[in-house]
Design a protein around this ligand. Sequence first.
Ligand code: CAA
Length: 259
Amino acid sequence: MIHVLLEKKGHVAVATVNRPQALNALNSEVLDDLNELVDTVKADGDIYALILTGAGEKAFVAGADIAQMSGLNAAEGEAFGKKGNDVFRKLETLPIPTIAAVNGYALGGGCELSMACDIRICSDNAVFGQPETGLGITPGFGGTQRLPRLIGPGMAKQLIYSARNIKADEALRVGLVNAVYPTGELMAAAEKLALTIASNAPVAVRACKKAINDGLEAEMDAAVVIEEKLFGSCFATEDQKEGMAAFLEKRKHEPYQNR
Ligand code: CAA
């Protein structure tokens, strides 16, 4: 991977989209590297949480690469959209929790990348938006689908139709991000959150992610069954035995073993 850097800190991994000269814009090569990142993280059973951020001080990701997209015909445009959607869907369904640490511009494909993560936190200089209609296109990496699901259709339609960018405080108000931090404190906050998540039973956290994601796509009667099955599966794990024994014996649990 050239355009995505991966660093492991214990059970937490930090991935950085690294193309700062183009504000980390997503061209085909960056999408290929993100695809490889997800495969690498998924294959590493020792990573319990993933943080995604952007290189440099200005941008998380400033969008899909406009220079690369400018000459596409309709079929090539559709294929480019599918390429991004496939990678982002793979990221969204990565079994472990993901945190987007949005450190500046998250526009177009950048906003869409953050929305494919489970949790978004940002720095106070962050700017979010779907500027595509101003360029003559629709959002193409999931924005028309994930933004309304996250913040509701009314506000999503307003932002997408108007192509208006919003600053961190408004992103917090509309529920696009969970928290805003001073720029220099963002990564520490992301790592603290990831460590907190990683200290809980990893099999249980993964089961929660699956229950929430799969359940949101199902009717409630089917959704609660999805939860029941995953809840039940936890009772076959060593971590459940240790977690509950520790509570009953009034002691701190041993570090969870992810099994
Ligand atoms: N694609 C390609 N290159 C980009 C880019 C993008 N999305 N965003 C920034 N860059 C490049 C610029 O062309 C510039 O390159 P050069 O130095 O070679 O000229 C470099 O990054 C720095 O950018 P600026 O000089 O523009 O920096 P700025 O501080 O003046 O402005 C910005 C920052 C407001 C983010 C501005 O760069 C901008 O508006 N970028 C485009 C944002 C955008 O429209 N994103 C959506 C793309 S469409 C999309 O993503 C479709 C989809 O859903 C899949």
